[in-house]
Ligand binder design. Sequence first.
Ligand SMILES: [Ca+2]
Ligand SMILES: [Ca+2]
Ligand SMILES: [Ca+2]
Length: 422
Amino acid sequence: MRNTWIRVACVGMFLLTSVATASAQNVLLNPGFENGPAGGGARPTDWGWFGNVFQEPAVPPQFVPFEGNQLVSMFGNFWGVFNVTGIFQEFPTSEGAIWELSSHSRHWSGDAMVGSQGTGGNWVVQKIAWFDAGGQEIGGVESTILDGTFATDVWHVNAPIAGAAPPGTAKVQALILYLQPLFDGGAAHIDAVEFVKLTPMDIKPGSCPNPFNVGMVDGRNVMRGAVVPVALLGGANFDVNDVDVSTLLLEGVPPVRHSVEDVAAPAGDAYCDCTGEGPDAYMDLSLKFRTVEIAEALGDVANGDYVVLTLTGNLLDGTPVVAKDCVRIIARPIEKIPPVLYVNPNPFNPVTRISYTLPEASHVNLAIYDVQGKLVEHLVTGVLSAGEHVTEWDAKSNPSGIYFFRLRAGNHEETRKVVLLK
Ligand SMILES: [Ca+2]
Ligand SMILES: [Ca+2]
Ligand SMILES: [Ca+2]
């Protein structure tokens, strides 16, 4: 039933003779409608539309934008026929490109939206539609109905929908539709629409799923010192050398280091699909972020939460880059978080630093063994306080070779292999 209605919308769309075409081909223009002409029957700039669509200036209490000083209103005054009103924007694209659409809508009490025909009466729907080179619609992704039973005069955040362009795709449209039954008019307000082509990204490249460990001890993240590996994935149409690394932020956090290497392949057909696929012969931009900074940026999360991490930035030519991938939060009970042992540098000559973080005061034994398992030296023995500890090992009197650091803290034991290269 719903699909039929959407098809009605698309027929209306084909009647349009002028179609908005954006210059930047991966982000819609005028997303908050602040740049368009307002009032007097003006239509939204940079958008196509059908039905009664108007750009409105902020005039409380009638017109209250979600952001900025303008919004778009959609009115249904086709009494007695099923009516679809909407706005759309389109971009050239090709098979495999992943696009994401989100928006904000408001059901306006000034022109009652909730109809008398069936549950809810009026609906706002987000849709991504794929078209072939001949202009035929060949597929799409729709949101659930965002129905008129919501409270009026309150802005709703319409959750993003995303999809990958199927074979034969030549262009994509983002549509925000307002659907009305036979005997009800009404109005919907739309603002802050986002439609972006997502750059493929893989958190923990080549591994799936993407667990993200968080845990605080006395206000300090016990993952301190650890990094989150993330890769922007190159492909036939995306050279990662075009990325301006200095502009990249993951959840607002800049990377601590980066390199260009082939670490993973793009995943399936949705932006949060997870894959364990490894290198694919396309170079990727490998980025490392401090775990503690990302954890702080995420704020309160709970064990088992499924969280989308967003990376933003620009290409060297200024084109925006947006990438998303999901992590599963693993919040271990604090007492079960083991010490985390790091050795840096490794290989080393002749001094290296061993660091580890204790979740609680513990009896610690840190020792070095050679490759035959023979004790070389005890570095630390005794009770240490909770928190991070650093110990150096100067191996100037030891021969080159493989050694093992073994940390025992309480009931926990951890071993790291190191290489002394003279
Ligand atoms: Ca606005
Ligand atoms: Ca991954
Ligand atoms: Ca790759």
